[in-house]
Design a protein. Structure first.
Length: 296
């Protein structure tokens, strides 16, 4: 691990010590100020002091906060040591194996990720699947079909490991010999990959418990990791709806929506999602956004 990667972890990882890490946007601004002040002739990753931070225009409170975060070397060593025993490894935004597709998130791209399992899967071609926890029979069939097709076409299935659509698709994919990348709303300690066709991924810290806001935050990662995202079922509110609607606004990945006649999926289609009928879902690689089909 490079000194710069350690800096990312010190500043942006939750080490369970009660200190609030920097957000990705705060880190980006900090690095930009350092580069602007030092230029390309000096090392922007050298240890910073509170005086350095004040010289960059930060107030006393923020300067003290950054200094405290950078002083957590002992805590970081202990945190990573326990992680290594569990087969958990960190990825920072400057790590070579960081998922390249997440860079489309810009300032919202995670500065720090933790993974358990085959991290190589995170940079292989994949498709994302999202959907409701309470599935209709049609929604369940759609989710399973996506999982089976992902396995057949050699695509990593990316989902959120939640009850309902996520697990239906993941189980179908794995049963068919495919690979799964599951983005979790909780920590990694209770999720052990059964083989090298699975990788579990989480943001901020590997030890964190389940939280509603983390479940919502992870949706952007699911939508961004896939070359395209399929919606098995959606209501007009909740995580599937909010993540899919934001994807349509921000263009993280082309969105294909199960055209099941429901109000939620119909609304996503009206916002720009591409309708997909189950009987016509024969290939995931062959799905194209509407603007490509129209030749625009």
């Amino acid at each position: 691990m490079t000194a710069a990667e350690r800096g990312f972890l010190l500043l942006c990882a939750d080490l369970g010590d009660g200190r609030k890490p920097l957000t990705p946007a705060q880190l980006r601004t900090l690095r930009a100020r350092v580069l602007a002040r030092t230029g390309e002739t000096e090392d922007p990753n050298r240890p910073m002091t509170a005086a350095d931070l004040r010289a960059l225009g930060y107030d006393e409170a923020f300067s003290a906060r950054v200094s405290e975060l950078l002083g957590r070397e002992r805590e970081l060593i202990s945190y990573l040591s326990v992680a290594a025993e569990l087969g958990i490894r960190p990825l920072t935004r400057i790590s070579e194996s960081y998922p390249a597709r997440l860079r489309c998130l810009g300032d919202a791209a995670p500065a720090v990720l933790f993974c358990r399992g085959n991290a190589v899967l995170l940079n292989r071609p994949g498709v994302s699947l999202v959907g409701s926890r309470e599935l209709s029979p049609e929604g369940a069939r759609f989710a399973r079909r996506v999982g089976e097709l992902a396995a057949a076409e050699g695509l990593v299935l990316i989902s959120g490991n939640a009850r309902g659509a996520d697990q239906a698709a993941q189980e179908a994919c794995l049963s068919a010999g495919g690979s799964v990348a599951a983005v979790l709303p909780d920590g990694l300690q209770d999720h052990t990959p059964e083989n090298d066709r699975i990788v579990y991924l989480c943001e901020w810290g590997w030890h964190l418990p389940m939280a509603g806001y983390r479940a919502l935050e992870r949706n952007r990662l699911i939508h961004a990791l896939g070359e395209k995202t399929l919606v098995a079922q959606s209501h007009l509110s909740g995580g599937t709806w909010s993540g899919s609607e934001e994807n349509l606004r921000r263009g993280w990945s082309p969105l294909f929506v199960h055209d099941d006649g429901s109000e939620g999926c119909g609304a996503l289609i009206s916002l720009g999602g591409v309708p997909v009928k189950p009987e016509s879902l024969h290939s995931l690689r062959g799905l194209e956004p509407a603007w490509i089909r129209l030749g625009k």
